[in-house]
Design a protein around this ligand. Sequence first.
Ligand code: COA
Length: 202
Amino acid sequence: MGLDVEFFTGRAMEPHLSALAALRIAVFREWPYLYDGSAANEQDYLATLAASPGAGLAVAFADETPVGCSTCLPLAEADAAVTAPFATRGWDPGRFFYFGESVLLPRWRGQGVGVTFFLEREAHARRSSHADYACFCAVRRPAVHLLRPADAVPLDAFWRRRGFVPYPDLVCTMRWKQVDSAERVENALSFWIKPLRDVSLP
Ligand SMILES: CC(C)(COP(=O)(O)OP(=O)(O)OC[C@H]1O[C@@H](n2cnc3c(N)ncnc32)[C@H](O)[C@@H]1OP(=O)(O)O)[C@@H](O)C(=O)NCCC(=O)NCCS
């Protein structure tokens, strides 16, 4: 079965948003996100994406079936929680393109889809905006955590090989219900940044 990645913008994203929600719920349930999600609490997120004129959505299909998704949008069109640490530093959000999640079902990993997700989003950011940087954030977990699988491999090396640099002090917070919590809990996520053009890191 072959894997094929397609990229969608604007209204063309709409038919794929329910697949994005389902894949986020399935993949983020696992370490390290531990997100106890439901279709209902995906709605705000999907609405932000659908309302962003600059957003893009990559979908990986195995034959006709979506098995992975990845999103991006201009940082200025992202949630206030995401833009807050940039505002605090006085950084112009117009210089950044925000890469949302990459979620791929485990069976399809290790075949280049995650690399393609980055290439597609970087191409979209370069052609559709004047942003100087791509950025994304990743959840921070303590080294010792009851739910960390013994064989968990951090994605840090994968991200470094894609050209991203960690900014451990550039942190945003988001709340979600976890598989190990009764209520939503606050999680800290730190950013990674990559120049998209010939500029120095901020
Ligand atoms: C992040 C995620 C999408 C990566 O997906 P993936 O498809 O397994 O990643 P890839 O296969 O593209 O890359 C993994 C490695 O395989 C290599 N690879 C294997 N086959 C390849 C191919 N045919 N073409 C290109 N690269 C290939 C890549 O180069 C990479 O190695 P490198 O970093 O040494 O260059 C996946 O791990 C995932 O869904 N994780 C859980 C959710 C998550 O944590 N997401 C990130 C935060 S939102």
